[in-house]
Design a protein around this ligand. Structure first.
Ligand code: GAP
Length: 514
């Protein structure tokens, strides 16, 4: 596909055309940065959620799940720091009247320098061929080191300025780097201001007794306030984790990247409660473990990297992002944060209730430290979907659009195609196969158009298997099974279909790769 912009447009239109993602309230021209998941999208999203839940909760005997409410007592957000500090630094362009996140403008500037590094690497790889050593090149090439030094200096200055609330310096940095409005090219900027991202609402019938509430901006706080309830009722021993998936809401200033940055989105978070002093080893453990989970899906090692935070959130003593190569470049997919005892201590202070753990081995009580893994389900959806969408040149000089979703996540695992739709016996046999397979897999029936066109349609839909039922099937109970990625076809017994499909789509087979 031509360039990254084109690829991203194609992703968005394909998501709509094949029933994955629709703009919310489209008949009213949509609502900015809010999306609906359609008939295929909802299945893909559920499969991603299940894949995460299985790996985090079911496979770990010391992690349990909860489902806390979206509404929480408003003091929660005072205690967590969100009322005072959950802000984005925003800047307006005086000419275009467009609003931007100041930190994102600076990060995008650095991403451009990074692209230059990538170009140098590509050039050198071509020049040196097999003898090329990327690590060595990155650590010795003068030009690359210069670029990297520049990125480090900029990001470290931005990090310090944001931490010290020195917004004038953030503006000064934008001006010194001569960063222009990406749309208009104008460099005429306002001052940088802080903007709180929480949505407010009210609980109660009458105006005077109504209570101000927030829609939760992260699911994590529902876990913190339930920490002791879960620990006691589940008789959990430290280290242990509490996991949850659910909606979160943020009034994002810049929300132009489809489902990458939404105002209503879903998170999959896990808080791991540990003994103070052990956070460094658990941070390393969860970094490695989460990366293995991503790699198990086979979406290419080169598409992931860690990015350690320059600017730490108010609650963290270490943090890293797992970044993924989206069509618009490497961006955060998941955050891994060492949150210390900040949240539990804050909730203790604001609620006046003890949130401590009694350690029988040490015969002492303490406030546990917390290691958090937090991934956006929608962002994971975009990573999976955009990486899967490919256009292939075929030998007969045609192209095919194929959605190479990891088979374990595909919304429909197999489509059953009677070769001739008017042949009642073929239709009956096809429906019989569906009735048998649908207990184990989500399957579809497709009888319209020539079989070649149906294959293409299922390829574009991401269906890993097409099962064609023809005259021979009636004679000897065999069918043709076609594999989406290789387009290979095999003649197999109908009774073997289940085991053939299972081998390719079974969660266990995929998670065993971790
Ligand atoms: N509890 C920690 C926390 O919420 P975060 O880095 O703000 O940390 C975690 O968010 C993850 O949630 C991100 O890595 C991203 O995948 C997802 N996320 C955050 N804001 C989002 C948005 N506006 N739209 C979609 N996903 C978002």
């Amino acid at each position: 596909m031509a360039n990254n912009d084109d690829k991203f447009k194609k992703v968005i239109s394909h998501a709509k055309e094949y029933g994955y993602v629709f703009q919310s309230s489209e008949v009213y021209d949509g609502l900015s940065a809010v999306y609906d998941y359609a008939q295929n999208g909802v299945e893909l999203k559920k499969n991603i959620r299940d894949y995460w839940w299985k790996a985090m909760v079911q496979m770990n005997d010391n992690i349990v799940g909860i489902d806390a409410a979206i509404f929480m007592h408003p003091t929660t957000w005072k205690a967590s720091g969100h009322v005072d500090a959950f802000n984005d630094p925003l800047i307006d362009n005086k000419d275009s009247k467009k609003r931007y996140r100041a930190d994102v403008l600076i990060e995008d500037y650095c991403a451009k320098i990074e692209n230059k590094i990538e170009k140098e690497v590509k050039k050198a790889a071509k020049r040196f061929g097999d003898a090329f050593n990327k690590e060595e090149f990155l650590s010795t090439n003068g030009r690359v080191l210069g670029y990297q030094e520049k990125i480090n200096t900029i990001l470290s200055r931005m990090g310090k300025s944001l931490e010290n609330e020195d917004l004038a310096d953030v503006k000064a940095l934008i001006e010194e780097l001569e960063i222009a409005d990406p749309l208009s090219g104008s460099k005429n900027w306002t001052d940088v201001k802080q903007f709180n991202l929480m949505f407010g609402t009210k609980l109660g019938a009458s105006a005077d007794s109504a209570m101000d509430l927030y829609l939760r901006p992260e699911t994590a706080q529902g876990i913190f306030v339930n920490f002791l309830n879960v620990q006691k009722t589940g008789r959990m021993k430290i280290p242990f984790g509490i996991a949850q998936t659910g909606k979160a809401f943020r009034n994002e200033i810049v929300a132009r990247q489809f489902i990458f940055r939404m105002r209503e989105f879903e998170q999959m978070e896990m808080q791991f409660f540990i003994k103070p002093g052990t956070q460094a080893e658990w941070f390393k453990h969860w970094k490695e473990h989460r990366m293995k989970w991503h790699l198990s899906l086979g979406m290419g090692e080169d598409n992931y990297r860690f990015h350690d935070h320059e600017k730490l959130a108010h609650y963290a003593d270490a943090a890293t992002d797992i970044e993924f190569k989206f069509p618009f470049g490497f961006k955060e997919l998941e955050g891994i944060h060492s949150r210390t005892d900040f949240d539990l201590k804050q909730h203790e202070a604001y609620s006046g209730k003890k949130l401590q753990y009694f350690d029988h081995e040490d015969n002492a009580s303490y406030t546990p430290y917390v290691l958090e893994t937090s991934i956006g389900l929608d962002r994971m959806f975009l990573a999976v979907f955009s990486n899967a969408l490919q256009e292939e040149e075929l030998e007969n000089n045609t192209t095919r659009t194929v959605l190479k979703l990891p088979a374990v996540l595909a919304p429909v695992k197999a489509a059953i195609l009677p070769l001739v739709r008017k042949d009642e016996a073929l239709v009956k046999l096809s429906k019989g196969i569906i009735d048998d397979l649908k207990w184990d897999f989500s399957v579809a029936y497709d009888e319209k158009d020539a079989v070649g066109r149906r294959y293409r349609r299922q390829d574009a839909n991401g269906t890993p298997f097409c099962i064609t039922v023809d005259g021979e099937s009636l004679e000897n109970n065999t069918v043709t099974i076609r594999h989406r990625d290789t387009m290979e076809q095999q003649r197999v017994k109908i009774e073997d279909l289940k085991s053939i499909i299972k081998k390719e789509v079974d969660v266990k087979e995929w998670l065993m790769r971790m």
